[in-house]
Design a protein around this ligand. Structure first.
Ligand SMILES: Cc1cc2nc3c(=O)[nH]c(=O)nc-3n(C[C@H](O)[C@H](O)[C@H](O)COP(=O)(O)O)c2cc1C
Length: 220
């Protein structure tokens, strides 16, 4: 493969704001992000397609190793396709909870009250399955794939929350069955499954605490 020529340079789009405005907006944003929760009980109501599209557009602006942008977002809204996804996921999850997961792992997630059943994969109006895109017939070799896709998913979660939707970061183990359900080639590797929608009216979430700033931040 030949190396690309040096890209032309364009001015950075940046507007400097007043420090006081920045502080206020940063604090408001942190408050808003603190409201984000992983939801496991969804209302069946449809979501605007344009919101999902814009959130994925936002996610695809994420930085990536060598700007390879090694991600694919597969949006499932077709009920038959979501049913297949749920059935395949539950078969894997049943084996995970029955014998694949270590006692230590089951202990770590016991407080969340999750089990092998994944009705949200069918109830949520949309499910976004995110894939890492590795080298293949139509894709170049990526660098720092996990980091890049993780950052893009972080932006996606933030964008969905900002737009007023809820989601869950769901990681079935193993995940290869997702290639078949989503009809994706081998070089695309499943990364995460994200049901998206509105919470069910009676949805409850675990009463979790977040670490305080002085525990997560060190300043010298
Ligand atoms: C990488 C990753 C994988 C996760 N996998 C699952 C999962 O498979 N099933 C699930 O119910 N929650 C899963 N979660 C959600 C976490 O349990 C949840 O983020 C955590 O308990 C904090 O709750 P919050 O998201 O409401 O702040 C996952 C989260 C992350 C970041």
């Amino acid at each position: 493969m030949t190396h690309a020529h040096l890209l032309p340079r364009v001015p950075i789009q940046h507007r400097r704001r007043q420090p006081a405005d920045m502080v206020r907006e940063a604090e408001e944003f942190a408050e808003r992000m603190a409201q984000r929760r992983s939801v496991r009980d969804f209302a069946p109501d449809p979501v605007p397609e344009k919101v999902i599209e814009a959130a994925i557009r936002a996610a695809s602006t994420a930085p990536s190793g060598a700007n390879v942008q090694p991600w694919r977002f597969v949006v499932l809204t077709d009920p038959a396709r979501k049913r297949r996804l749920r059935e395949a996921a539950e078969a894997e999850e049943r084996a995970f909870y029955d014998h694949r997961a270590s006692t230590e792992w089951l202990g770590a997630i016991s407080g969340l009250g999750t089990d092998w059943q994944k009705p949200f994969l069918e109830t949520a109006p949309a499910v976004i399955v995110v894939f890492e895109v590795h080298q293949g017939p139509h894709s170049p070799k990526p660098y720092y794939v996990k980091e890049s896709v993780g950052i893009a998913v972080g932006v996606l979660i933030t964008a969905l929350h900002h737009a007023g939707l809820v989601t869950l970061t769901h990681t079935p183990s193993p995940m290869r069955f997702l290639n078949e359900v989503c009809e994706r080639p081998r070089e695309e590797r499943p990364y995460v499954v994200m049901p998206v929608g509105y919470p069910a009216p009676d949805a409850r979430v675990p009463d979790l605490a977040r670490k305080p700033l002085d525990e997560v931040m060190i300043r010298w």
